[in-house]
Design a protein around this ligand. Structure first.
Ligand SMILES: Cc1cc2nc3c(=O)[nH]c(=O)nc-3n(C[C@H](O)[C@H](O)[C@H](O)COP(=O)(O)OP(=O)(O)OC[C@H]3O[C@@H](n4cnc5c(N)ncnc54)[C@H](O)[C@@H]3O)c2cc1C
Length: 406
């Protein structure tokens, strides 16, 4: 007999336990929201794969990725965040209560934060798995350039990222060898980057090649390339191989549900809001300029805070705006016209002995509420009837007009 799924209810469900998800949890947990973080693999995410993090503020001597992420998790736990080690299989994000499905449990939540990160695309050459991350294959020049000072490195790829990161590596490495699968002079990057790279005396190109095998004992020492013209092998002795052949965001389960770029990155605004109400996203999974722990932390903080604001505003909206038939005066306290109209509507309240009364919303303090009402002109009067906004008056809210709604 099929086992019935458990149902659990939360204010916030966070998908992904990397730097972004953990920070979002610290913020939502500290705001006393009932929060669960679901992580399918290792809590700490991609950062745990790197031994040395030297550019995260507050650690002048550097720190390990694992150590740093353990601190993040400890702090999230301190604020009551619950952790679940499982894979999110599917989501239903429509409506005020969202559903997040795992194998055994259905999680119902007022908000969902997508912090599922991504994974670097790999070459799938022989022995690649043995040397990933700290053993000689890197995916991050910003992170690992300094450790390669004075050494020879190989870059795989010729797109914009490969060339830009390769140029950056020339500031540290003795020599940056670039394996390009195209014939001589053809690259996937833009023409300006290509010209600069070809002129850089520290860069060397091996054309018509793809990666065949990685070799070494404990650490990578040699990369064997295949020459596509004749199938011959080319040995490249290096200390580190940087693969820049793409990055795959973990967004398969959100396809067709939230807006993404062509490459599958989640589109967010500056509040980390997606196009779906109550759904936020943070970290490497979003379309952004710099993918680092520090930026994931910033995104996570915004997403956790925004989720708290969303829940508070939803409650306020339901209990103060939609709960009864009424008029809502939406104003900007600093605008003279709004101040004058305020006197007029208060006079109507007095004259009608409260038969016509107004709930007042200052847009400066409660922009979220006015957005929900669909009010963008100030002053306005929104008319609430039977739990819905039935009209928004922007020109004439005289007593005679208002009386037609009673
Ligand atoms: C080798 C390497 C070295 C790096 N070094 C540095 C460095 O020195 N300094 C620096 O600042 N940055 C560094 N970075 C970048 C940094 O690690 C990332 O920017 C950061 O970890 C992004 O955090 P995140 O939370 O957005 O995503 P991630 O860390 O990728 O976390 C996302 C998490 O979501 C989980 N997940 C995905 N899908 C699901 C699902 N369906 N259900 C449940 N869980 C799911 C994943 O398992 C993962 O743990 C490095 C990256 C790499 C690859």
């Amino acid at each position: 007999m099929a086992r019935e799924k458990k149902v659990e209810e939360y204010d916030v469900v966070i998908i992904g336990g990397g730097a972004a998800g953990l920070t979002a949890g610290i913020y939502s947990g500290r705001a006393k929201l009932k929060t669960i973080l679901i992580e399918k693999s290792l809590v700490g995410g991609l950062a745990t794969y790197t031994n040395e993090i030297e550019n995260y503020p507050g650690f002048p001597e550097g720190t390990t990725g694992l150590g740093l992420m353990e601190l993040f998790q400890k702090q999230a736990k301190k604020f009551g965040v619950k952790f679940k080690g499982t894979d999110v299989k599917s989501v239903d994000l429509k409506g005020p209560i969202k559903t997040v499905e795992t194998f055994r449990t259905t999680y119902k939540a007022k908000t969902v934060i997508i912090a599922s990160g991504g994974r670097p695309r790999i070459t799938r050459a022989e022995n690649e798995e043995e040397f990933l991350f700290d053993k000689g294959i890197s995916f991050c020049a910003t992170c690992d350039a300094a450790a390669n000072t004075g050494k020879d490195v190989l870059v795989i790829g010729s797109g914009d990222a490969a060339v830009e990161e390769g140029m950056f590596l020339t500031k540290f490495a003795n020599k940056v060898i670039v394996s390009v699968m195209h014939e001589e002079g053809k690259m996937d990057c833009n023409e300006i980057a290509k010209a600069e790279a070809l002129e850089n005396p520290k860069m060397e190109f091996i054309w018509n090649t793809v990666c065949k095998r990685f070799e070494g004992e404990e650490h990578l020492t040699n990369v064997v390339l295949t020459d596509l013209r004749n199938g011959s092998e080319v040995n490249v002795p290096v200390d580190t191989c940087f693969e820049f052949i793409g990055y795959i965001p973990n967004t398969e389960i959100f396809k067709g549900i939230i807006d993404m770029t062509d490459r599958g990155y989640v589109l967010v605004n500056d509040k980390m809001e997606t196009n779906v109400e109550g759904v936020f996203s943070a970290g490497d999974v979003t379309e952004k300029f710099l993918k680092q722990v520090s930026t994931a932390v910033g995104d996570g903080a915004v997403a956790g805070y925004a989720a708290e604001r969303y829940i508070a505003e939803t409650e306020q909206y339901n209990s103060q705006i939609l709960a009864k038939n009424q008029f809502v005066y939406v104003y900007d306290a600093s605008c003279p016209n709004c101040q004058n109209k305020m006197l007029e509507i208060e006079a109507i309240e007095t004259k009608t002995e409260g038969k016509i009364s107004f709930c007042k919303v200052d847009v400066y303090k409660s922009k979220g509420l006015s957005d929900r009402m669909g009010v963008s002109v100030f002053p306005s009067v929104a008319v609430v009837k039977d739990g819905a906004i039935v009209d928004v008056l922007t020109e004439d809210f005289s007593q005679s007009v208002l009386e037609t709604y009673l």
